[in-house]
Design a protein around this ligand. Structure first.
Ligand code: G
Ligand code: G
Ligand code: MN
Ligand code: NA
Length: 253
């Protein structure tokens, strides 16, 4: 209970920060964007994982202010990069309850207007299990977000038992193959088969295909050859604070 009060305060006082993990286009070698990942450094407990505080926020009614905070920080950062001449897009994670917030599309519209980030430069990542657990609940919100021009991505793809019929009918732009299939690609032929099928399925449905969890050069090269559109993982970079991200970006060109 007191951790909940601490989280409410953390959101208010900017104790909750955001890191950025680059996404690489393997055909050009260019960084095209970043995923925003929330971080909480508790004054007494130290770093608390999002795997702990996101579910806490969901249970305690704090997910709306938290999502708003991360969206705001991420879009402001994206706008700053774009002003500095980096044509980057930004991806933000949505948790299950965020889709049930009927004000979300209006909030997103307002934040896009305030920051000047083009709608198509914002991707919202929603886990496959969220989408499949609740086939109709969030659909209206998804449709309204798509109508704004925001991009939608299925996160952790491959772990949530999408039916092919559902996948075909969702208003999405992208699938993001879960890192559990990507991390051991180089050693495990079954993972290579799953990833190849996911890429082919995504492309057959006119979706962009992103892979996360790229941890070595062999995996990057394999995914490039297989036609994966964007890559993310520790081999490219771990998530970085905004200042470090800008320095890293400039340093690699
Ligand atoms: O880097 P990592 O430990 O941050 O992330 C752990 C999990 O927390 C991932 O599943 C990630 O999607 C999730 N996560 C990180 N930041 C956010 C956020 O701002 N909102 C939501 N809903 N999930 C997040
Ligand atoms: O669940 P989601 O995909 O949104 O969250 C991404 C999570 O994966 C974050 O916790 C992030 O820190 C982590 N991550 C990013 N790149 C790698 C990687 O190459 N290997 C591993 N094991 N985790 C990664
Ligand atoms: Mn994600
Ligand atoms: Na994921």
């Amino acid at each position: 209970l007191s951790l909940t009060a601490d989280l409410a305060r953390a959101i208010r006082l900017d104790e909750l920060t955001v890191q950025f993990q680059p996404k690489l286009d393997p055909t050009t070698g260019l960084v095209t964007g970043a995923e925003a990942l929330a971080r909480w450094r508790h004054p007494r407990e130290g770093f608390i994982s999002p795997d702990v505080f996101i579910p806490l926020a969901e249970r305690s009614g704090l997910i709306r202010p938290l999502t708003l905070h991360v969206l705001k920080v991420a879009l402001r950062q994206c706008a700053a990069w774009r002003r500095a001449g980096h044509d980057l897009h930004i991806a933000v994670n949505l948790s299950p309850n965020a889709l049930h917030d009927s004000t979300l599309p209006d909030v997103v519209t307002r934040l896009l207007e305030q920051t000047g980030v083009p709608p198509a430069s914002l991707t919202l990542e929603i886990t496959e299990s969220t989408l499949m657990a609740d086939p109709t609940g969030g659909r209206k919100t998804l449709d309204r977000l798509r109508a704004i021009g925001v991009r939608l991505s299925i996160d952790d793809f491959g772990t949530g038992y999408s039916s092919l019929g559902r996948l075909r009918n969702l208003p999405i732009n992208e699938v993001k193959i879960d890192k559990s299939f990507v991390q051991r690609l180089a050693e495990d032929h079954r993972d290579r088969a799953v990833v190849r099928s996911a890429i082919q399925l995504g492309h057959a449905l006119d979706l962009d295909v992103v892979a996360e969890g790229v941890e070595d050069a062999a995996t990057l090269e394999h995914l490039r050859r297989e036609g994966c559109d964007l890559l993310q993982g520790y081999f490219i970079s771990k998530p970085l604070a905004a200042a470090d991200f800008a320095a890293w970006l400039v340093g690699r060109t």
